[in-house]
Design a protein around this ligand. Structure first.
Ligand code: DGP
Length: 118
């Protein structure tokens, strides 16, 4: 059974209760455009099952974390980001400014980026 948090925004997008601009889907993952894009391409890749962050996902269901990373790679290919590169970001916790406690990989690309992040 797929764990779900009834109060979770991304669980609602996965369930189709809140609209999302979906760009890729697998049996276990969904990818949709970020509502506040920080670059020409900014897609969020989430597991359909609710897990609060990447480490919790790896602990609970390691192959699901692999599914999410592979889906992010497919999105990068689809969006034409592979040649020039892109960033995969997974904010975790308060200091990292994680605002939705459902694992999501930000796939960000289409412009040159800075390091370190702010
Ligand atoms: P984070 O701060 O790492 O937890 O990223 C959460 C992202 O989710 C943030 O970049 C904005 C995005 N976001 C928030 N609400 C919505 C929404 O309703 N739809 C979509 N597509 N993205 C959202």
């Amino acid at each position: 059974m797929t764990p779900r948090d009834p109060d979770c925004l991304f669980c609602k997008i996965v369930a189709g209760e809140i609209p999302g601009e979906v760009v890729h889907e697998t049996e276990t993952t969904l990818a949709f455009r970020d509502i506040q894009p920080q670059a020409p391409t900014h897609v969020l890749v989430v597991p359909k099952a609710h897990h609060p962050n990447a480490v919790a996902t790896a602990q609970a269901d390691p192959s699901l974390l692999v599914d999410v990373v592979l889906a992010a790679g497919r999105v990068a290919e689809q969006e034409g980001l592979v040649e020039r590169g892109y960033r995969l970001v997974s904010n975790t916790g308060q200091d990292a400014q994680q605002s939705v406690d459902h694992l999501h990989l930000h796939v960000v690309g289409g412009r040159a980026m800075q390091w370190p992040p702010g």
